[in-house]
Design a protein around this ligand. Structure first.
Ligand code: NAP
Ligand code: ZN
Length: 343
């Protein structure tokens, strides 16, 4: 065991402050990594607030770094490799989703990278706002060599959470795809949908981001607060990827779907506000999706390597976490904060 320097919320809604703790010694299939960067996901704010289970809570599930140690049975990695860890670090490995590499949908609840319970020793998992991590190699990923390491970190949650539904609903050429909420998740959704060959329409509440979305790769941008602009989108989209964290009136957005279109909401709002008629009128579907298991995470990283896709980031130091949280809560970030955990 070794002492890890981390940052934790000591209590619900508490500030994130320095907090040292011990990581486990390496098990046979474990990889240890020195964390270089960790993305700040909006989920981290939810966890310190209403979603967290146990405090102190060390957030962080967009982790990249280099391998500093390997257990005797590790076959995929060696010391010095650039690797990444996402939102889960274990699962039952026996249920049907696990057997096909869809561990995020593990019937027996996957082990989250933080604020979860280790399946072997029962200890608390603690996340990437820290100097190092230890995980089973099955849940560790190789970072494509051509990608900037810091800007790769957000791919591990924001990236796979948007890539996975775009793949599941077979987004590609000939389709018009809306992406709602141009934040950490949404800006990557725009990049992916564009690279997959779709006509991409960004929906944002911010006039400034409407302009910026075009630079990210959107073909069109719509100010979602403008009812005339929204009405002009009626029956246009084959698929909408909605990343908004808050409950907002969904009907105008659903009305933008074509007959048989699907709106997949990945933002996990507390509840949905919509009329059943809006779905019935266009035989539309409202769906959701989790982040991603090992298969889709690997596929997403390979896709990013092949298409040179990384996040647009603002790099911050640990002492700036509070400011980053405040700005993230106000949707004021271009487009993901990443913590510099070096030193
Ligand atoms: P983020 O960077 O804050 O982006 C969310 C965006 O939603 C904002 O930038 C803003 O975009 C828009 N928005 C915020 N409040 C809004 C409101 N009241 N009405 C309309 N639009 C609003 O957050 P994120 O890190 O991308 O995460 C988004 C959500 O996804 C969070 O709730 C997070 O917990 C969740 N999440 C879910 C999964 C999953 O497994 N399904 C995985 C990761 C994250 P504009 O400024 O463009 O309007
Ligand atoms: Zn996340």
């Amino acid at each position: 065991m070794s002492l890890t320097n981390g940052f934790a919320a000591l209590e619900r809604n508490g500030a994130v402050v320095p907090f040292d703790f011990e990581r486990r010694a390496l098990r046979p299939h474990d990889v240890a990594l020195d964390i270089a960067y960790c993305g700040i996901c909006h989920t981290d704010i939810h966890m310190i607030g209403k979603w967290g289970q146990q405090f102190p809570l060390v957030p962080g599930h967009e982790i990249v770094g280099s391998v500093s140690g390997v257990g005797p049975e590790v076959t995929k990695f060696k010391i010095g490799d650039h690797v990444a860890i996402g939102v889960i670090v274990d699962s039952c490995r026996e249920c049907e989703p696990c057997l096909r590499g869809d561990e995020i949908y593990c019937r027996n609840v996957p082990t989250s990278t933080y604020d979860s319970v280790d399946r072997v020793d029962g200890t608390r998992t603690r996340g990437g706002y820290s100097s190092d991590y230890v995980a089973d190699e099955r849940f560790v990923y190789r970072v494509p060599e051509n990608l900037d390491l810091a800007a790769t970190a957000p791919l591990l949650c924001a990236g796979v959470t948007t890539f996975s539904p775009l793949r599941h609903w077979k987004v590609g050429p000939g389709m018009t795809v809306g992406v709602v909420g141009i934040g950490g998740l949404g800006h990557l959704g725009v990049k992916f949908a564009r690279a997959m060959g779709a006509q991409v329409v960004a929906f944002t509440t911010s006039p400034k981001k409407a302009e910026a979305a075009l630079a990210l790769g959107a073909h069109e941008a719509v100010l979602s607060t403008d009812s005339a602009q929204m009405a002009a989108q009626a029956f246009r989209m084959d698929f909408i990827l909605d990343t908004v964290a808050a409950t907002y009136p969904l009907d105008p957005m659903l009305q933008a779907l074509k007959l048989d279109g699907t709106l997949c909401s990945v933002g996990l709002p507390d509840k949905f506000e919509l009329s059943a008629f809006t779905l019935a009128i266009g035989r539309r579907s409202l769906a959701s999706s989790g982040a991603g298991g090992t298969n889709i995470t690997r596929e997403m990283l390979e896709f990013c390597g092949a298409h040179d896709i990384v996040a647009d980031i603002e790099l911050v130091k640990p002492h700036q976490i509070a400011t980053a949280f405040e700005r993230l809560a106000k949707a004021d970030v271009r487009y993901r904060f990443v913590l510099d955990m070096r030193n």
